[in-house]
Ligand binder design. Structure first.
Ligand code: ASC
Ligand code: MN
Ligand code: MN
Ligand code: MN
Length: 384
């Protein structure tokens, strides 16, 4: 039907998402391991377009070069057999104990060097499989005690690492776009660069700012108590929305990574509407996982649900854009939305200084946003 995912929707999942085994800080795995090849088969079955991975989702950290080559060969074959592409790759700089106090920002220069080497190898791996986007999520780049280092030192270390990696990508001809992913906390008590906006400011200080953008995640911005769509809009407006991690999250909780749209469907609606209205053409990546209650079939329900909800909300956005009453309200709002002051000149400035404003009149008109929002709700609730 019309909610069936198709390749042009560019829906992707990480190996670690549908492959998530339900382990949490209080309990062990509840689902068996799926091999990368089995995950590719599952993704094809549910109708996804792409698969992404951290280096070690695909190749175990201690694999020999021979094992690596066999794994890559089999994975590539599975992707070809099932028509699944690899749009993005990333590096795991958080799981191994060596990164317990950070990777690129560690105080130990040997750890920083190892993190860089591991990332270069992950870039090699991604490039071999066709990835054009490389995500960096610094899960361990943070602190429990700020006695350990000054945060501005951490910023300098991260800059040195990203600059090095940009040069490596250029030198190898990989043509990567890097996408930096913010998160405020978890697994560290505090993580550096807690929001997408923080990364947007940092990017401008790099040697190759044009190669680096952001990968905002619904859950992460929501954990910080922020409006995710606003963060996405800022990234988009800056030309920096290189990738996106879709999932869902209730504010004030642990990192939930719920099925897309399942916690706050209204926020998900505004997000989908934004992405579709502006014509975002990148991958729609789901960085989420099934509830711990689920078995293999439940994992498929989870994955299908992410994509189906996206497509339902996309249809709702089209309905919103075509709704005559909503359009009439928007036209009313737009009525006095013209140029406010133009470009600065001595003339425009003195004209503006001389202008009289009737504040009371300006403040007296009802804006009908209650009506606008109720119409939105009725579309979302399926009665309009
Ligand atoms: C990533 C990414 C995250 C984390 C997390 C790992 O690469 O985007 O949010 O790693 O999903 O479990
Ligand atoms: Mn998350
Ligand atoms: Mn993520
Ligand atoms: Mn995550």
């Amino acid at each position: 039907d019309k909610y069936t995912p198709r390749p042009e929707h560019r829906f992707s999942f990480g190996l670690w998402t549908v492959g998530n085994r339900g382990r949490d800080p209080f309990g062990a795995e509840v689902r068996p391991t799926l091999s990368p090849v089995e995950i590719v088969r599952l993704l094809a079955e549910v109708g996804a377009w792409g698969v992404n991975f951290h280096d070690n989702d695909l190749v175990p950290i201690d694999a020999t070069p021979q094992e690596r080559d066999r794994i890559v060969r089999e994975f590539r074959q599975a992707c070809e057999d099932h028509g699944i592409v690899v749009p993005m790759a990333t590096v795991n700089l958080f799981f191994d104990p060596v990164f317990r106090d950070g990777a690129f920002t560690s105080n130990d220069a040997r750890v920083r060097a190892y993190a860089l080497q591991k990332t270069m190898r992950a870039m090699d791996l991604g490039a071999e499989l066709g990835a054009k986007i490389f995500v960096l999520w610094g899960g361990r780049e943070g602190t429990e005690t700020d006695g350990c280092r000054r945060p501005d030192e951490a910023i300098k270390r991260l800059r040195d690492a990203v600059n090095f990696l940009c040069e490596y990508s250029l030198d190898q001809g990989y043509d990567y776009k890097f996408a930096l992913e913010a998160k405020p906390n978890e697994p560290r008590a505090d993580i550096y660069f807690p929001t997408t906006g923080a990364y947007l400011a940092f990017i401008e200080t790099l040697d190759h700012p044009e190669m680096v953008g952001v990968n905002p995640e619904v859950a992460h911005e929501t954990m910080a108590g922020l409006n995710f769509m606003h963060a996405v809009a800022q990234a988009w407006e800056a030309g920096k929305l290189f990738h996106i991690d879709l999932n869902d999250q209730l504010p004030g909780r642990y990192d939930q990574d719920f099925r897309f749209g399942s916690a706050n469907p209204k926020a998900a609606f505004w997000l989908v509407k934004f992405l579709e209205d502006v014509g975002y053409a990148g991958p729609r990546h789901f960085d989420a996982h099934a509830y711990r209650t689920e078995d293999y079939e439940g994992v498929k329900d989870f994955a299908r649900g992410c994509m189906r909800t996206y497509l339902i909300l996309k249809e709702k956005a089209e309905r919103w854009n075509a709704d005559p009453e909503i359009q009439a309200l928007l036209a009313e709002i737009k009525e006095t939305d013209g140029e406010a002051f133009g470009k600065f000149s001595k003339e425009t400035a003195s004209a503006l200084l001389a202008r009289q404003f009737d504040r009371a009149a300006l403040a007296s008109k009802g804006l009908k946003y209650e009506r606008l929002d109720q119409l939105t709700m009725e579309i979302l609730l399926g009665v309009r």
